[in-house]
Write a protein that binds this ligand. Structure first.
Ligand SMILES: Cc1ncc(COP(=O)(O)O)c(C=O)c1O
Length: 405
């Protein structure tokens, strides 16, 4: 049959990311392309213990649950976990979602009409760009530097485009790994609140912070939500996820904000999937609250290993092939955002690398437009040996390209 897809569906044009994902699933590629955590660090035995107890204790675990999510997990989250970050959430102000990706999608559905202008950090994550394109938003890029979004550019874009909202990831922006300074956080918040812009603050990577502080890192780098400090919810919708800190297959993320926003998102969620898996949420709650699992300790372990992998990658980027490339070493997250040597095109390099069995994410997938001179390298998923081999093959391909040009 000749299908007649909606105009919006055409924004989903087959993405190189999808084919990379398919290849990696087949185990045929070394992938430096994706947003995956290290499998060997998943808390397997404690998750197995939680799964067996949850299923054998209560048949209700297999029943439909609340659209807002399993209440004890919501309480765990909004209790000590978020409070320790200075994030306080009013009753009815949190929704458990199918990963933070669903939180982004639901908010976009209830807040954006086709043609609405939405600000994003540029570069930003492919997942955010895809949702906004599907929604028919006009995407307006805002530039940043090492300290975060540039307030001057943000002010200009607000004046020129009169946007409705800003999507931002102040702690370890995907892909640039940017960690906004406190001053920038305050300036951006002030600008957005004074122009009545909603901020969607994606804190999916915030816990992957490699530096150790005597106090909680959120004292030095508070979320915009915590800075605004309106417990009934104000200009910031704060979203996060257990994907990077526990396991993505649990598909459990959240949105916290005003009751009004959360209520609309919960209504849209009932159309999308009625509720996220309450079995997964019970399992996660059991893991966090009943077993010997300590999420804080687990995050410390992840951060130690990811930092080691990042340092290994940075070491391998000192090879001659990369001498005219550059990057800023991030203090956390999962990615290095590399400026390629002059004249090298990310898409052409990807084609050559795929033939050698290695994948990375080309800059255009993270960019509102352009981005051909950049690549995103993931250091959290490949083990140390794989990382070494993948980077060797990358260096080989870059050398071949530069010799030709
Ligand atoms: C910035 C950002 N937000 C959200 C997500 C979605 O993650 P999940 O739906 O697994 O929570 C990703 C994916 O890696 C991401 O990079």
């Amino acid at each position: 049959m000749k299908y007649e897809f909606s105009a919006r569906a055409h924004t989903l044009n087959s993405s190189p990311l999808l084919s990379i994902r398919t290849e990696t699933r087949r185990g045929t590629l070394i992938s430096l392309a994706e947003e995956l955590p290290a499998e060997e660090l998943f808390p397997l035995s404690l998750l197995a213990e939680a799964a067996s107890t949850v299923i054998s204790d209560d048949a209700g675990a297999l029943q439909y649950g609340d659209p807002e999510g399993y209440a004890p997990l919501r309480e765990w989250l909004t209790g000590d976990w978020l409070k320790a970050k200075g994030v306080s959430v009013a009753e009815g102000g949190v929704l458990l979602t199918t990963g933070s990706q669903q939180a982004i999608d639901l908010l976009s559905r209830v807040y954006i009409d086709p043609g609405d202008r939405v600000l994003v950090e540029n570069p930003t994550s492919p997942g955010i760009l895809q949702v906004l394109r599907m929604q028919g938003a006009v995407i307006i890029p805002v530039r940043g530097d090492r300290d975060g979004l540039l307030p001057e550019h943000l002010r200009t874009q607000i004046r020129l485009h009169r946007p409705k909202m800003l999507f931002a990831t102040p702690s370890f922006t995907n892909p640039s790994g940017m960690l906004w300074s406190l001053a920038r956080r305050k300036e951006v918040l002030e600008l957005c609140t004074s122009h009545n812009l909603l901020i969607v603050e994606d804190d999916s990577y915030g816990d992957l912070h490699f530096q150790r502080y005597s106090e909680h890192p959120s004292v030095k780098y508070p979320s915009l939500y915590a800075l605004e400090n309106v417990s009934e919810g104000g200009h910031v919708l704060y979203i996060g996820s257990f994907s990077k800190t526990v396991a993505p297959a649990l598909r459990t993320g959240w949105a916290a904000g005003s009751r009004e926003l959360i209520g609309m998102m919960a209504a849209a969620k009932q159309m999308a999937d009625w509720q996220s898996s309450s079995l997964n949420q019970r399992l996660l709650h059991h893991l966090l609250d009943v077993t010997a699992f300590d999420l804080r300790e687990h995050i410390t372990l992840l951060n130690r290993e990811y930092n080691t992998r990042l340092k290994l990658m940075a070491e391998l980027l000192k090879r001659p092939a990369w001498k005219s490339s550059s990057y800023d070493l991030p203090a956390g997250g999962m990615f290095l955002w590399v400026t390629l040597p002059e004249g090298l095109d990310a898409m052409a390099l990807l084609k050559a690398l795929l033939a050698k069995g290695v994948a990375f994410l080309p800059g255009p997938l993270c960019s509102v437009s352009g981005g051909h001179g950049y690549i995103r390298l993931n250091f959290s998923h490949p083990g140390r040996d794989e990382l070494l081999l993948g980077m060797n093959l990358m260096s080989e391909a870059v050398t071949e390209f530069t010799a030709r040009s």
